[in-house]
Design a protein around this ligand. Structure first.
Ligand SMILES: [Zn+2]
Length: 454
């Protein structure tokens, strides 16, 4: 290159750079647009490990259930605390069509196969609790892996603790109805007397969980028929293996012990929070829900969540690792099965109250991954007028008529629906749950966040 040409390039470059500098100095910083959330979203994306993970599951809590509860309780423009968790997406919910001897999908899952998918990272057949389709092999769960990796673990529900959703973290059986030693006929090879791991209640007592809470006391009052605790009740077996047992809200509030904790607050599932009239085929009349239906001796889901977080966090103090806690609200599903909108909506509101407790904790412990999701769709649809198989009408707090139609089964209970369900997350690794994902991805995200080796 000749000297003249080089000089010319240098001059051009100086002008360009100088010009740019002058240009920057002259441009005014644009005012932040309050409706542009880009920076806020960027701040929400947090990588790296989590110290704690809290997984909230609204059983059957699809967008329709959340929207019905939101309309009724807060109004169409109201927002639940969980609605403000904007790292959100959807989760596909199918199972494996094992009952038809096929490895292909069965498009509508039950809570057992659904929970198994996020608890173990693998899809399975209907009614299975953390066992593989066809082979029946026990598949390790997040709670079991977290315990092995040095975390405290907890499992909370408003259902019986032997119900499918809590069971997926602590038991491995072919059929979800194998709940107590009295279910030997259902348990088959899983029964202890047949050389299996035992019913779900027995496996809960034998588990390494630090905390188990919910209903289902009657399953723990059954007598064990084989193994080291033969002749004892499951409750005695749990005590022998290091659990303290509390049976009411006062016992939970005053508990100061240092052992592991088993809270059994009702014989079966816990009493639902709201009640009202189920949907009817003809002649639905507008109604309001009766709130506050759970007796005071049974703690609310928010109270159980607060106690569990305190319990697990205290035991994690000074340790390198925190805890994994699963919290299930079972009433959105139970209410929808019975075409009972108040039962369902009370369950959504109660779960949201529990999520608030999780959000309070996460504000103080920011290395906490919070996830709120559901396990499958349900039957309620918000429709314009009566005319579905069954209809219920509610007068909402904002004074409008909310019409809910039910048409997923004409005989008996309403059925689940095969739609993707919402997922909302916050904290380390939450960004990995945005968009449309599979339930098995929840397992991957949680185990990655906790640095669990599989
Ligand atoms: Zn269900």
């Amino acid at each position: 290159m000749k000297f003249g040409k080089r000089l010319m390039i240098a001059v051009v470059l100086m002008l360009a750079v100088g010009g740019t500098a002058v240009g920057i100095a002259k441009v005014k910083k644009p005012k932040a647009d309050p409706e542009d959330r880009s920076n806020w979203v960027r701040k929400q994306i947090v990588g790296g490990p989590a110290r704690n993970v809290i997984l909230f599951v609204g059983d059957g809590m699809d967008e329709s259930a959340i929207t019905a509860a939101r309309n009724y309780w807060l109004g169409a423009n109201g927002r639940f605390a969980m609605d403000r968790m904007k790292m959100s997406g959807s989760i596909t919910t199918y199972a494996v069509n094992e009952l038809m001897d096929s490895k292909a999908p069965f498009y509508v899952t039950d809570s057992a196969a659904s929970g198994t998918a996020w608890a173990t990272g693998r899809k399975t057949g209907l009614f299975r609790i953390s066992t593989a389709p066809f082979t029946g092999e026990a598949m390790p769960t997040i709670a079991e892996l977290a315990h092995k990796n040095g975390y405290r673990t907890g499992d909370v529900t408003t259902d019986s603790v032997t119900g499918a959703t809590p069971a997926v973290q602590m038991a491995h059986v072919r059929l979800r109805n194998c709940e107590s030693p009295a279910d030997e006929g259902v348990c088959g090879d899983d029964a202890k007397i047949n050389g299996g791991l035992g019913s779900i209640a027995e496996q809960a007592a034998d588990s390494d969980l630090d905390l188990i809470m919910g209903g289902g006391r009657s399953d723990f009052e059954k007598t064990i028929t084989a193994g080291p605790d033969q002749g004892k009740t499951v409750l005695d077996s749990a005590r022998r293996q290091g659990f303290d047992v509390v049976t009411d809200a006062a016992g939970l509030a005053s508990y100061q012990g240092r052992k592991r904790l088993l809270g059994l607050f009702n014989g079966g599932g816990m009493t639902h929070e709201w009640s009202g009239q189920p949907a009817v085929e003809t002649g639905a009349a507008s109604q309001r829900c009766e709130t506050g239906q759970r007796p005071a001796e049974q703690p609310s889901l928010a109270t159980m969540t607060r106690s569990s977080i305190r319990f697990l966090n205290q035991r994690s103090k000074g340790k390198k690792k925190g805890f994994f806690l699963q919290v299930e609200g079972a009433d959105p599903d139970k209410g929808a099965h019975r075409a009972d909108p108040c039962w369902m909506m009370g369950g959504v509101v109660a779960l949201n109250e529990a999520v608030k407790v999780g959000l309070e904790f996460a504000r103080k412990s920011p290395r906490t991954l919070l996830i709120v999701t559901a396990d499958h769709g349900q039957s309620s649809q918000i429709i314009p007028f009566t005319g579905a198989d069954k209809t219920a009408i509610l007068t909402t707090n904002e004074g409008s008529q909310l019409v809910l139609g039910y048409a997923t089964s004409r005989s008996g209970d309403q059925e689940h629906a095969g739609i993707p369900v919402p997922i909302k997350a916050m904290g380390p690794q939450a960004a990995n749950l945005m968009g449309l994902n599979n339930q098995t991805d929840i397992f991957k995200v949680i185990t990655r966040a906790l640095g669990i080796r599989r």
